[in-house]
Design a protein around this ligand. Structure first.
Ligand code: AMP
Length: 191
């Protein structure tokens, strides 16, 4: 199973990614988490990425693409993977297509979570209090929403045209949203 999970910042991608990936026994690969781990460890990748992340901008495609390529080459990702927060630009879409077709596989579905704009900002401001993420300040939150709208939202139509788009209402409780995702993917929940 090869899946991508899309949606604006605050849509609940990270939370849902783990649940979906656990169901399929595949790794949930979050580019944001990998960048943050590198920032914490002070690696050259982290130093580079932090400049963009703190401003709410995207890390350049070459940097992000090679990081994802290395990650999905690892053993645990051979049966499949769920990408959380990648691809985010049309250049990344093309790169991912290349990575997947090279292995003779295909992308099974692109799940997109939709959430009202105001709800997104409220959720992120709440997360700022609990998690203390450097990019959860109001100005940066707004910038991240703008970048999502201009760079990433157009990808929804790309995957719709391919017939693999799965749109899910991301409003409401975590478990309700998970149930909607599972239903949309035709997954029978484990009891
Ligand atoms: P996230 O945790 O998914 O909200 O990502 C946090 C930040 O990491 C983003 O605001 C970007 O600066 C960076 N980032 C994560 N994924 C990507 C990507 N696919 N392309 C470029 N930058 C990314």
């Amino acid at each position: 199973m090869r899946l991508i999970l899309m949606g604006p910042p605050g849509a609940g991608k990270g939370t849902q990614a783990t649940k979906i990936a656990d169901h399929f026994g595949i790794p949930a690969i979050s580019t944001g988490d990998i960048f943050r781990a590198n920032v914490t460890q002070g690696t050259p990748l982290g130093v580079e990425a932090k400049k963009y992340m703190d401003a709410g901008e995207y890390v350049p495609d070459e940097v992000t693409n090679s990081m994802v390529r290395n990650r999905i080459d690892e053993d645990d990702a051979q049966p499949g993977f769920l990408l959380d927060g990648y691809p985010r630009t049309t250049a990344q879409v093309a790169e991912l297509d290349g990575m997947i077709s090279f292995t003779g596989h295909k992308l099974d579905a692109a799940v997109v979570l939709t959430v009202d704009a105001e709800e997104l900002v409220q959720r992120l401001l709440k997360r700022a209090q609990t998690d203390g993420r450097a990019d959860d300040t109001e100005d940066v939150i707004r910038r991240r929403q703008e970048v999502y709208a201009s760079e990433t939202a157009p990808l929804i139509e790309v995957y719709r045209a391919r017939g693999i788009l799965v749109e899910v209402d991301g409003m409401g409780e975590v478990d309700e949203v998970t149930a909607r995702i599972f239903a949309a993917l035709d997954i029978v929940p484990e009891s």
